[in-house]
Design a protein around this ligand. Sequence first.
Ligand code: CDP
Length: 796
Amino acid sequence: MTSQALDEIKIGGLGSSRKRVEDDRFIRGKGNYTDDVVLPGMLHMEILRSPLPHARIKSIDASKAWEIPGVHLVLTGEMMATRNLAWMPTLSYDTQAVLATDKVRFQGQEVACVIADDPYIAKDACEAIEVDYEPLPPIVNPWQALAPDAPVIRDDKVSQADNVVYNWEVGDKAGTDRAFAQADVISKLELHYPRSHPSPIECCGSVADFNRATSKLTVYMTTQAPHIIRAAVAMVAELPEQMIRIISPDIGGGFGNKVPIYPGYVCSILASILLERPVKWIEDKTGNLISTGFARDIYLKGEMALRRDGKILGVRMHTDADHGAFFSDAQPSKFKIGLMHSAFAAYDVPVAHLTARGLYTNKAPGGVAYRCSFRVTEAMFFQERMVQAAADDLGMDQAEFRRMNFVKDDDFPHRTPFGFLTDSGQYAKCLDVGLAAIGYENFRKEQAEARERGRLLGLGISTMTEPLGAGNSREYDILGIKMFDSADLKVHMTGKAILRTGARGQGQGHETTWAQIVAHELGIPADDVTVEEGDTDTAPFGMGTYASRSTPVAGAAVAMVSRKIRAKARKLAAHLLEVSEEDIEWELGRFYVRSSPGRGVTIQECAMAAYSNMPDGMEPGLENTAYYDPPNLTWPFAVYIVTVEVDPETGVWDVLRMVAVDDCGVRINPMIVEGQIMGGLTEAYAMSSMQFITFDADGNCVGSNYMDYLLPSAWETPGYELHSEVVTPCPHHPIGAKGIGECAAVGGPAAFVNAVIDALTGTGVRNIDMPVLPDRVWEAITYRRDVSGAPPVRQD
Ligand code: CDP
């Protein structure tokens, strides 16, 4: 008898480019975002922000605001302090002011809140609050922060005598020194990865609803990690955790911006408790751009010890990270600078040493992982810029230098020089696919010919491997909470199912792809599986969605819970078929008797039996929960190759072609994976070419609106040529998948910058800091010098 297994693609299983089910409501305008939540009796909150980057607060007079009709409450730092809420703990063991009491420490910092009948009254009342500031000198970069006479920004902390947040090191210092002593060539590069902002289309916001009658606090909010927020609210506000319900409704993009806990959330919660009415806070775009979730702003001093034939002998890196006034992003507790030490994981580097220093400055809290796994984006950017410089210093071909130093296919698991264990990959094959696609040899000839005619063509290669899927819980925790994730699957008697996970998608397509994993494991068509996330009253505990951890961890939990369901369904099948369990075989969607394959029962028949015909002694129902603690991170790999033409007269550069070869293991939904890659490449292009958000010498945020901070539209976005032919299944993930959400945003920027620098070969220019704006390129070409992007410093 031939197999009666279901056709996996037809039921929307693994490998099916199933259309995104969530788009049905999004394209009809029926999404339900935080700002769509309207509750009876709801009030509105607005925040008064500091105009100054650094100033002592002499007094705050809110009396005029209180007098405005329609105002219900004015919150100031002083009032918060009486409730022990003026400061809150951050996700990195620091503290952050909720509302300023003693000083303001960055432009845009929260100083007071007004809660009123509508947002317009609240905004007007904010302007009626009189704050008397005594300005202090602003510090806008690490070098100012380190100056001996620098004012101590965090003088609120008794033990803080300077502006250093941390000093951290990893690797083998003595071994690295020895490698450098033996080097034929030492290649050096200094770089700045500028501040950037995730700028999701939807800003942050919350609707807090405290019900005095039931003592239940419900908060609708834009968080990527609802369970962590529930725990934080329980601990900080000393409310019983079971009486707190956090709901993340639809989220209009997160990209890491919605991981930290913001003062606005805390104030709206307190206001609702005090007023016993729902309080809504919706941030405006400038508020979002100047005060929340900045990324990057890290300086590198990098050195590579090289043998004349191209072998990398060792790597030295020192980074200075500008964290702004509060160290408030999330890091795994053990790693002060996130996963910066994932640098060079794809290269066979015998020894390396990294020192990292974090500094406080008068800027909004920075360091969020904008579409990346902690500090991986910076790590990969520094790595690929250093690799290009090293190949140039050796006079070697870019591709050949990489190929020679890659970890080989049979060298996995591979211990990296900083201690990670990478799982699998086919790095050289990915490179070859990319080089063939771009027509590498031909381009090099074309480039040489063009140069003779005064045309500047360039080709940039960037490769990346990213540790995705924190935990495992042995090594990864945030504030002591171990990193794992969860899935809960309930199969109803008709064979339809509801799946809930501890992740929280923000546009990635979880509602579509998690159902595909269930379809793959159980043969229940994906259309019969509803996926829900983001409600702490119904979803199992999880660490949320960021750092592309959903597929590696929550996705694995979905496979594992499906397998638990299948194990019980097997017992039901044995009962229905009147044979022992050992005589039962599984094919997609059906159990059958090994000796008589025609006799079988479908998974749906097993589901019905779980509620109507279970064997004696078996617990009724077909439901289960799985908590998945991954044995390791997953390590996707990618090669991005860009060709550009630079106009020597103006410095304007255009992308000619961009090829992307991504190996993320088994692709659950190839269409969604391609969408993730295109989105990431577009963000990479934006960061490298146009996004400029910085601080002037007076500490003013430059780029606080979309006129200055540019998001590429379809007009500017280059076309991408995507390649999916290299698939290295993850050896430890239940369905062989690796994360993909961030790879292109992580690996992309270096490809663009490398291409422009390659076009300037012969000018002596080694670096132009991002964003590689035309005026910077023009300056580099005209004056034959590197162009730094470090923020300016006042000279007076
Ligand atoms: O954590 P986050 O959802 O941001 O990132 P991810 O786990 O890399 O997944 C992004 C989207 O791509 C999700 O909808 C995944 O299910 C999908 N994906 C996939 O179809 N195949 C993979 N191997 C990885 C992700």
